[in-house]
Design a protein around this ligand. Structure first.
Ligand code: BES
Ligand code: MN
Ligand code: ZN
Length: 491
């Protein structure tokens, strides 16, 4: 969908969108049209239950004598903060699509003093909601046609609005990249093809390195390699660097679990729902999308992104329950369940990251445990951290963007649950506290560097749409971490 900004105008066709505040407060444009049409808008408001609350809307046929087809009154509610602005944009876009419009003009004459900023956020939300993954359809779905092709934001100060929108558009491109990666089927997206996608970031100025199995063996990443050894697809690790700050500035690091398909391995998963495990690379997808966004908007920060890419398959060469592997850190791991594979991948990538880059902190994202969905459902990602400041900043970034996180505990008694009888650590801790013991496992490979772990198993994919997120791959994590970088590390 194309987004334009223009000084206030009325559309020549399509829909006109107007914001109406709580208590049916009309803006200047609405008042003008109401007057010129002999009260068409006031009459519609009188006979409807629409009050201008957030999430309410009212569609009316355009009055005689104007060239556009309809007016969509969108409730702006009482408080229209930044997050509410993008959510409004998302809802309006969805409604325009449902009504069959192909173009619309959104008159932004509400929302406080910074009208350009408000219009940019609304446009951002609309752009996020307009996402579709239609690559594998050979003919369009009946229900999805026609769809909005262009949205014009009509606002006083269009040039300033365009400037405000530029970094948000880059952010939306990062989110789209993540959603595309997450949506790809696992026969198409496997470690090597994922790495190939990531190589494209070089065009944006990201330094990209990709290691194959030979190099990973040299590095000693036997925990990661063990997961991939039952797959015909070669395991990969991709390292991305965006250097937007002074060379002397210590980098920050983001790490992603990229299991392109998780059958469970020899500890194989049940058939029902196994297809979901194509998005077991959602953490890696988020890191890739984040790097695209940061480079796209030329963030003033030094950022490292590292993703561990493997396919967890059962075959004659697959890892067995009972195997003991030596991780890159030197710690030995007793593998008691080959389905607890994400932590094995991350163990080596976390260790490698802190050793090579000495980052001031690391954040990992992983669709790590089904147990986090039992705890938090699909509303919050689980946050585990050994650092209170990092934790606080992540929580704040979550509230600001709507990609929410909830802190879960780390503590010594949980750590004890993963002590092995015959190796340094075992890869499962029993039935209780499954997300926590998984996080404790990761912590053993952080070397005490400030670190946070986001268990996003409940967030990477959605079976129902939200204001700025269509069904399917959500792109969760990109907005959250872009915000973390922007608000706390880009000064
Ligand atoms: N990828 C799964 C976790 C998962 C489950 C993500 C559902 C998204 C939706 C992970 O590799 C896994 O299999 N975890 C096991 C751990 C167990 C064997 C200790 C789990 O959660 O059952
Ligand atoms: Mn698994
Ligand atoms: Zn997994």
């Amino acid at each position: 969908m194309k987004i334009n900004f223009s000084e206030p105008v009325l559309p020549k066709s399509g829909a006109l969108v107007l914001g109406v505040g709580q208590g049916k407060k009309l803006g200047a444009v609405a008042k003008e049209i109401d007057k010129a049409s002999g009260g068409a808008i006031s009459r519609a408001l009188e006979v409807s239950s629409f009050e201008g609350k957030a999430k309410q809307s009212l569609e009316i046929v355009a009055p005689a004598g104007v060239p556009f087809s309809r007016i969509l009154l969108a409730g702006t509610g009482e408080k229209l903060g930044e997050r509410e602005q993008s959510e409004l944009g998302g809802r309006v876009l969805a409604q325009l699509n449902r009504s069959g419009e192909e173009s619309a003009t959104f008159a932004v004459d509400f929302g406080g003093r910074n009208l350009p900023g408000v219009s940019a956020e609304i446009a951002f939300g609309a752009l996020l909601r307009s996402y579709r993954f239609a690559k594998y359809r050979t003919k369009p779905e009946e229900s999805a046609k026609p769809r909005m092709a262009s949205l014009t934001m009509a606002v006083k100060g269009a040039a300033a609005a365009r400037r405000d929108f530029a970094p948000l558009e880059k952010l939306a491109e990062g989110v789209r990249f993540t959603r595309d990666l997450v949506s790809e089927p696992p026969n198409e997206l496997y470690p090597a093809t994922f790495a190939k996608e990531v190589r494209q970031l070089a065009k944006l100025g990201v330094k990209v390195e990709v290691f194959g199995e030979k190099q990973l063996e040299k590095l000693g990443m036997k925990a990661l390699l063990g997961v991939g050894q039952g797959s015909r697809r070669e395991s990969q690790v991709a390292v991305m660097q965006w250097n937007g700050a002074a060379r002397s500035k210590q980098p920050i690091a983001f790490i992603g679990k990229g299991v392109t398909f998780d059958t469970g391995g020899i500890s194989i998963k049940p058939a029902a729902g196994m297809g979901d495990m194509k998005w077991d690379m959602g953490g890696a997808g988020a890191v890739a999308g984040l790097m695209m966004a940061l480079a796209g908007r030329k963030a003033k920060a030094n950022v490292v992104g590292i993703i561990g890419l493997v396919e967890n398959m059962p075959d004659g060469n697959a890892q067995r329950p009972g195997d003991i592997v030596t991780s890159m850190s030197g710690k030995t791991i007793e593998i008691l369940n080959t389905d607890a594979e994400g932590r094995l991948v991350l163990a080596d990538v976390l260790w490698y990251c802190q050793k090579r880059f000495k980052p001031s902190f690391m954040v990992d994202l992983a669709t790590l445990t089904g147990a986090i969905i039992v705890s938090l459902g699909h509303e919050y990602a689980g946050l585990f951290a050994n650092d209170d400041t990092l934790c606080k900043n992540l929580v704040a970034a979550g509230e600001a963007t709507g990609e929410k996180v909830w802190r879960m505990p780390l503590a010594q008694p949980y750590d004890k649950m993963i002590d092995s009888d015959i190796a340094d650590v075992k890869n499962i801790g029993g039935r209780d506290a499954g997300s926590i013991t998984a996080a404790q496992f990761l912590q053993r490979f952080t070397n005490d560097v400030p670190w946070a772990h986001l268990d996003i198993a409940g967030m990477a994919w959605s079976s129902k749409e939200a204001d700025t997120v269509p069904k399917g791959g959500t792109g969760y994590g990109v907005r959250l971490l872009d915000r973390l970088v922007r608000d706390y590390y880009e000064r």
